[in-house]
Design a protein around this ligand. Structure first.
Ligand code: PXP
Length: 238
């Protein structure tokens, strides 16, 4: 069984669309935890398009489960993470124009920079997760760079599920990646594009500890309420 970390960025997206105080991500996190989820995930983007610095500061004080801070591996973000001390940092690639995190980290473009970032965060007692595609070479490099976790990008799997692609192949590559990561001593998470329809086989993989799910839960919450949306996902994870 995997644990559920709910990404509440889109609650802040709605707030920012109006430029006012509601809906409040802090209250959303409280309801997500009340419904039984095991963690809260937020992405503090360079352009601050949804989650704001003050949200992360307050969430650090209010979240009782686990606060997972997604961020780019920039000096600015590393300083913020070291100050706020989330329970976990997930390093993600970030492009200004993208609608959501598009691909996995390109670790081989600058391994020394990633190694330094991972080390500076983990030295302060905050474990680091690397958001990567389930590519064996990238998984091996993640282990060499000293990360505690990898988060396998489930976007290709989700897309093939939605558009009728080769779901079996994409699923097999996640299974292989999860086993390889575990064999290399990494703890394995997964996320991106997961839905009530496609989550069950992923949640059943014994190697995968946490699932980070945002869009589909918040979309469902807009119809039935956040606690119900989270509870429904928790049932599927069990
Ligand atoms: N994991 C990571 C690293 C992400 O960047 C995102 C999207 O913010 C998610 C998981 C959640 O993806 P989704 O919103 O499609 O569930």
């Amino acid at each position: 069984m995997s644990y559920l970390c709910v990404n509440i960025d889109h609650i802040a997206t709605l707030r920012e669309a109006r430029g006012e105080e509601e809906p409040d991500p802090i209250e959303a996190a409280r309801l997500v935890e009340k419904a039984g989820a095991q963690g809260i995930t937020v992405h503090l983007r360079e352009d601050r398009r949804h989650i704001q610095d003050r949200d992360v500061v307050t969430l650090r004080k209010t979240v009782k489960t686990k606060l997972n801070l997604e961020m780019a591996a920039t000096n600015e973000m590393i300083k913020i993470a070291l100050r706020i001390k989330p329970d976990q940092v997930t390093l993600v690639p970030e492009k200004r124009q993208e609608l959501t995190t598009e691909g996995g980290l390109n670790l081989k473009s600058s391994p020394a920079r990633f190694e330094k970032a991972i080390d500076s965060i983990q030295r302060k007692g905050i474990p680091v997760s690397l958001f990567i595609t389930p590519d064996p070479k990238t998984i091996e490099l993640s282990a060499r760079l000293g990360a505690t976790f990898i988060e396998l990008h489930t976007g290709q799997y989700s897309q093939s599920f939605r558009l009728g692609g080769n779901v079996k192949r994409e699923f097999a590559s996640l299974v292989f990646g999860a086993k390889l990561g575990t064999n290399l001593g990494l703890k394995v998470h997964a996320g991106h594009g997961l839905t009530y329809q496609n989550v069950t086989p992923i949640a059943a993989l014994p190697e995968i500890e946490d699932l980070n799910i945002g869009h589909n839960i918040v979309a469902r919450a807009s119809m039935v309420g956040l606690e119900k949306a989270v509870s429904e996902m928790l049932v599927l994870l069990k």
